[in-house]
Design a protein around this ligand. Structure first.
Ligand code: FE2
Length: 226
């Protein structure tokens, strides 16, 4: 018997996608001896009849008892989503430059860019999980990140290494200025966890990366002292 292809078809109604409303989906076909055989068919395409989302982006819930009021959580979540969008953007800027760099400093920068990419990836996860702890919804997908990010969009083209470094330093500075502002706001509102995250992890890591990147555009002699 030919198998019905249900993977590419949109269900006609919500009831069709629900195992509760469609008992045949769970009981399966009858075997030759007349007994019912359980179906192993996954219930597919449920996204086409999705119910209301569990939580709307931009809202905060009070799920976890962490001693912070809703106003404080909302302010921190808003700031952290801005920080998250910019950190994702900086992370990806490092990978772009890791792939595209050329020139006498290729090996240095190729490796350094990837090291910083990995460190920014850790920050991305830490910031996103802090947003969830506070009862918010972390921004995640590239198009949403691009809308929210304040770091200027780079061209798709390959650029010279000093231009790459300049772009990275500009991005770090945007993040660091926000770090100071957001950490102060978190401190004022009593959100010590967010303040600590922004100062101890995000700010410190970005300052260190600024140092390592900046030294590559100091114009010093390569082989003979002038
Ligand atoms: Fe690589």
């Amino acid at each position: 018997m030919a198998t019905k292809d249900i993977t590419t078809k949109k269900p006609a109604a919500k009831a069709a996608a629900s195992p509760k409303a469609s008992p045949t989906a769970s009981t399966g076909a009858a075997a030759s001896n007349g007994q019912s055989v359980p179906s192993v068919q996954p219930v597919l395409n449920q996204q086409f009849n999705a119910p209301a989302p569990l939580q709307k982006y931009g809202t905060v819930s009070q799920r976890l008892p962490i001693g912070l009021d809703e106003k404080t959580r909302q302010e921190s979540v808003n700031n952290l989503n801005q920080m998250l969008a910019d950190t994702i953007t900086l992370r990806d800027l490092y990978k772009k430059h890791h792939w595209q760099v050329v020139g006498p400093t290729f090996y240095q920068l190729h490796l350094l860019y990837d090291k910083h990419y990995e460190e920014q990836s850790v920050l991305v996860d830490t910031i996103a999980e802090r947003i969830q702890i506070l009862g918010g919804v972390a921004v995640a997908m590239a198009h949403d990140v691009a809308e929210l990010a304040s770091i200027p969009r780079p061209p798709r083209d390959r650029e010279e290494a000093p231009i790459q470094v300049s772009r990275l330093l500009e991005a770090h500075q945007i993040i660091l200025k926000n770090c100071h502002d957001f950490a102060k706001q978190a401190d004022d509102s009593g959100d010590d966890g967010t303040n600590d995250l922004l100062v101890s992890e995000v700010l410190r890591a970005n300052e260190m990366q600024v140092w390592f990147i900046s030294e590559h555009v100091v114009d010093t002699p390569l082989a003979r002292a002038e």
